[in-house]
Write a protein that binds this ligand. Structure first.
Ligand SMILES: [Zn+2]
Length: 288
């Protein structure tokens, strides 16, 4: 982008069209978008548009290359977008770039990434509920460090896949507030490129600042609304097979964002009918 005359560069975040997001790490999904603009007088501002709001909490990282320009704050920079920080503002200035010397042309190039959830979570010792009906049982299709997609040593190492038929009621493993959901997808399969953004999901913010993500829900299989408070055991969705998936199951993970490009999963304990389990084992069956 060439910008030889303006003193300031404006980056604008806009929330726009609904629902092209994937469950995680969606760099340019339609739920949250950053754009730039500039004022007619050459002075430009950074604005974050929050209404209508489709994601309550997000972590945004902006990176860029500046020539004969400087920015405030300096790049790269990461922002935690939450209702608490930005309760009612419709626009929020994020980054302002200003020409350093009037004697030379200036150039800038920038991009952004974002994750669901804000940083700062500190996992407590809460015992989670199994995310399905009391008295029912499900097999762990993939546990911590699983060799299909939850590889040890990766950000997904502590995700869990519960095998369950499509349409099974999914229940909150822990209480909190719904910060995002998607229900409009009707497709799924093994092809990463084709189904990368096709998973339906519900995401819940917990009281310790971590987030629970319930993924692969069926078409129209979201039973909660944005901002709703839920308690452990509440029905929040219907399981399915949307997104990148080898068969009907519920992917559940507790995560915290690292920056706009990464989120890491966290190990949690579960209450089962036979006591608290520190770790759910792949291939084992557990009763709620
Ligand atoms: Zn999974």
């Amino acid at each position: 982008m060439k910008n030889p005359t303006s003193l300031l560069v404006l980056f604008t975040i806009l929330t726009i069209l609904p629902c092209l997001a994937q469950a995680q790490n969606n760099p340019a999904s339609a739920k949250l978008r950053i754009e730039e603009s500039k004022a007619a007088n050459g002075e430009q501002r950074i604005a974050l548009w929050l209404m209508p709001r489709q994601v309550l909490d997000a972590t945004v990282t902006i990176t860029g290359v500046l020539e004969n320009m400087h920015s405030s704050p300096s790049l790269p920079c990461t922002f935690d977008i939450t209702e608490q920080r930005y309760p009612s503002a419709k626009t929020i200035n994020l980054v302002t770039c200003q020409r350093t010397s009037a004697d030379a042309g200036c150039h800038y190039d920038w991009k952004y990434t974002w994750q669901f959830g804000a940083r700062g979570g500190r996992p407590d010792n809460t015992v989670y509920s199994l995310p399905f009906q009391k008295g029912t049982s499900h097999v762990i299709a993939q546990g911590y460090g699983g060799t299909v997609s939850h590889y040890a040593g990766t950000d997904k190492a502590y995700a869990i896949d519960f095998s369950m038929p499509e349409g099974t009621t999914v229940r909150a493993a822990r209480g909190g507030q719904v910060i995002a959901s998607k229900a409009d997808s009707n497709s799924g399969g093994m092809d990463l490129a084709q189904f990368k953004y096709a998973a339906n999901y519900v995401m819940v913010r917990h009281s310790d600042g971590t987030y629970g993500s319930y993924e692969h829900l069926k078409h129209n299989g979201v039973l909660v609304r944005l901002g709703q408070m839920v308690s452990a055991g509440d029905a929040i969705g219907l399981s399915g097979n949307t997104g990148v998936s080898t068969g009907p199951h519920l992917h559940f993970e507790v995560f915290v964002p690292v920056d706009g490009s990464r989120a890491k999963t966290l190990p949690v304990r579960f209450q089962t009918a036979t006591g608290v389990q520190e770790r759910l084992l792949q291939g084992s069956i557990y009763t709620n």
